[in-house]
Design a protein around this ligand. Structure first.
Ligand code: GEK
Length: 286
């Protein structure tokens, strides 16, 4: 039996999923057939080996071209539950996007959340604005979008999310982005997000969490490392990446996020997903 996966673009064309997403049917060596969504196809990349060899002095982590080249693999193997969160962002946008409004994907990287929203939004005259301050990310995002068949207009901006105007928003996504914003800027930035949201709008905020209890902090950190090892990262890769992210990724507790979001005006904030020290929250604007 051949070990090859055969791609069959003309396999059954029926089914809501195919209509919504576009994609390709593949026959696996065991003859079963799987459907690979176009968004997933576009996200397939090289394996992340950036920290696999010893580095004498580890530099601070940057979202540069070397990261862009491996980003889908890196985030999938580093953030527990990442794919589930991306899928749910689409469902949430499908529910909360309002007619004639804007959905923002802030710190969009290669647009996984943008694409997920783009294929689930059914409201009329919606537009997505995807923003990232890494030129390399935005360049690759634009290339990805050229291959996507979604009909909702996507505007890509290379900008710092602290500097953009947010208006007429029904959905704002911060999927693992706020953690890279200096802590002293977070309140003013979230105030801008709140003011830019329409009544009935939502903020989806996903973050790596910190814990007040040192025992929980230690346990959750160890569990995250165990997750990364299960995904094929070595102890060296885990520890070098950890050094690179020190003082770059600044995690806070759920209580800190909830309190700040309440202070800027959100009527409630709850965690809808958590896998070890990675969580996604929904904040509602009445
Ligand atoms: C996803 N949301 O795949 N302004 C704009 N972008 C920023 C800023 C800033 N001030 N700071 C960081 N970024 C994505 C994943 S990754 C998370 C988000 C991770 C951007 C940065 O360039 C990077 O692309 C993204 O935020 C964070 O759903 O790698 O852990």
């Amino acid at each position: 039996m051949s070990n090859k996966i055969s791609f069959n673009p003309s396999f059954p064309k029926r089914g809501a999923e195919r209509l919504l997403w576009g994609g390709i049917y593949c026959q696996l060596p065991n003859k079963s057939v799987v459907f690979i969504k176009k968004a997933q196809l576009m996200m397939s990349t090289k394996q992340d080996t950036l920290y696999s060899s010893p580095i004498s002095s580890v530099n601070s982590f940057k979202f540069d071209q070397s990261v862009v080249n491996v980003f889908p693999d890196m985030i999938r193997r580093s953030v527990p539950g990442y794919q589930a969160i991306i899928s749910a962002i689409g469902l949430l946008a499908g529910r909360y996007a309002q007619d004639n409004s804007v959905c923002y994907d802030l710190g969009c990287s290669l647009g996984a959340a943008t694409l997920s929203m783009r294929h689930e939004i059914v409201s009329k005259c919606c537009k997505i604005i995807a923003v990232d301050n890494s030129e390399s990310m935005v360049y690759q995002l634009k290339k990805n979008l050229l291959q996507d068949t979604g009909s909702i207009d996507v505007e890509c901006l290379c900008a710092d999310i602290r500097d953009i105007t947010i208006e007429n928003a029904s959905v704002v996504v911060l999927n693992f982005t706020l953690q890279f914003i200096p802590i002293e800027d977070r309140q003013a930035f979230l105030d801008k997000v709140y003011q830019g949201l329409r009544p009935g709008g939502i903020l989806i905020l996903s973050e790596k969490l910190k814990f007040d209890d040192p025992l929980q902090q230690e346990l959750q950190t160890e569990l995250h490392h165990a997750f990364k090892k299960s995904q094929g990262y070595s102890d060296l890769e885990i520890s070098q990446k950890r050094s690179a992210l020190e003082n770059v990724l600044l995690a806070e507790t759920f209580n800190t996020h909830q309190k700040r979001l309440s202070e800027v005006g959100f009527s409630s904030t709850e965690v809808w997903f958590q896998y070890f020290n990675f969580a996604s929250m929904i904040a509602l604007k009445k």
